[in-house]
Design a protein around this ligand. Structure first.
Ligand code: LLP
Length: 386
């Protein structure tokens, strides 16, 4: 991913920073767009994965819509060129103010997660003399077999409307005069690598659609959410996920109603592999079991390892040493969880070396914190470093 020329530029760039390989990003978006078009699937990019303005401007150029979870994301998407009528607004806790602003911006659809939320949207839309289009986010009770912090489709999770609440929701919908039901929405979790999970979801969605058909309800849109996982272990061998395989599962197992449109909301799969967090070694300190590499980047720039014990491949991109040693790679933050990897094999590393934390394009910059009053890391696209 890093040519000698690029590394030379990195050496004169203040660290830590996010680097985005725009050639890889464009190739990924192209493959996703081609597969989606072939299977007639609408793509709404999930901004929560990365809402960097420069990236968003590139992503919207592929004709994708946006999946937003705050009104700030909605406004950011519009600012970066996404069409309001391709923006879905999801989330379990949309505030009244957020609902109002989203309505005023004429977004495509609210993905609703509770009966009370539908009533509030109805009330606010009524006051604005508008009609809100909504989809019901239904909790299908399907296990995504991923980390429990990023599992969302089980009944025990806070997300979505459970099947046993649906009768009441339908009654509320008949009372709500300022909302129109235009779809059903599902999202069962993130970093899903077992494609059987999507097959199971499709079969479950077929049953749920039947439940609606039994009541003579046919919605024009079906949204199966995001969640497609990537290979954190081999980012170079698997730099782009197999979108064709992913989308063909939906086409194979989902029973759509005549004319029904299919939507998805990938985040990670579109942006993870094009990003890396580049950090400088501040110190190398001898420990009891192994040596510590202390970086100038920490959990404030890449929270995933501390929060989910997740793996990101770590490379020393400047060491010339042939000698491999074991290191614990840690950040400078005052937390023991501020650790990117334990007993990692790396070439002999010294103060001033640059390390790359790979696959950091998704949920890196967007989850950054200013804990310890840290400065926000800057970000650079390939063309910025020319
Ligand atoms: N749609 C909905 C309703 C979602 O909740 C999410 C992610 C997505 C789409 C996009 O999922 P993706 O394709 O990126 O997996 N911070 C965690 C991931 C949290 C995902 C939350 N929802 C991580 O770093 O792994």
């Amino acid at each position: 991913m890093f040519s000698a020329e690029l590394i030379k530029k990195f050496k004169s760039t203040p660290t830590p920073f996010f680097y985005y390989d725009t050639a890889l990003l464009r190739k990924t978006l192209e493959q996703a767009a081609v597969a989606a078009k072939k299977h007639d699937i609408e793509v709404h990019y999930a901004l929560k994965a990365n809402a960097n303005k420069q990236l968003l401007k590139i992503i919207q150029g592929y004709g994708f819509g946006a999946d937003c979870v705050s009104v700030n994301e909605v406004l950011r998407a519009i600012e970066c060129g996404f069409l309001p009528d391709k923006i879905v607004f999801a989330g379990v806790g949309k505030s009244d103010e957020e609902i109002r602003i989203a309505l005023e911006n004429n977004i495509y659809c609210f993905n609703c997660e509770s009966l009370e939320e539908i009533e509030i949207i109805d009330e606010i839309a009524g006051k604005l003399k508008k009609k809100a289009s909504i989809a019901l986010r239904i909790n299908p009770n399907v296990n995504a077999h991923t980390h429990h912090y990023i599992t969302t489709g089980l009944e025990e999770n806070k997300f979505g409307i459970n099947m046993w609440q649906l009768e009441d929701v339908l009654k509320a919908l008949t009372r709500a005069k300022h909302v129109t039901l235009i779809g059903l929405h599902f999202h069962i979790g993130s970093q899903i690598t077992d494609m059987n999970v999507y097959k199971t979801l499709c079969l479950r969605v077929n049953e749920i659609q039947q439940w609606f058909a039994d009541r003579n309800i046919y919605v024009p849109n079906l949204n199966l959410g995001g969640g497609l996982g990537i290979d954190y272990y081999q980012p170079d061998n698997h730099s782009i996920v197999d979108f064709e395989k992913y989308y063909s599962i939906f086409r194979q197992f989902l029973k759509l109603n005549p004319g029904q449109k299919l939507h998805t909301e990938p985040g990670r799969a579109l942006v993870a592999q094009c990003g890396a967090l580049i950090s400088k070694v501040l110190y190398v300190k001898k420990g009891i079991q192994s040596n510590f590499i202390i970086l100038d980047a920490g959990m404030t720039e890449l929270l995933r390892p501390a929060l989910y014990q997740s793996y990101h491949k770590i490379e020393n991109i400047t060491s010339q040493s042939k000698n491999t040693l074991k290191y614990d790679v840690v950040g400078p933050i005052c937390e023991s969880s501020d650790c990117f990897g334990k007993a990692i094999d790396l070439p002999e590393t010294n103060r001033g070396d640059l390390l790359a934390l790979r696959s950091a394009g998704a949920y890196g910059e967007s989850m950054a914190l200013d804990y310890n009053l840290r400065d926000r890391a800057k970000s650079y696209l390939t063309e910025d470093l020319k």
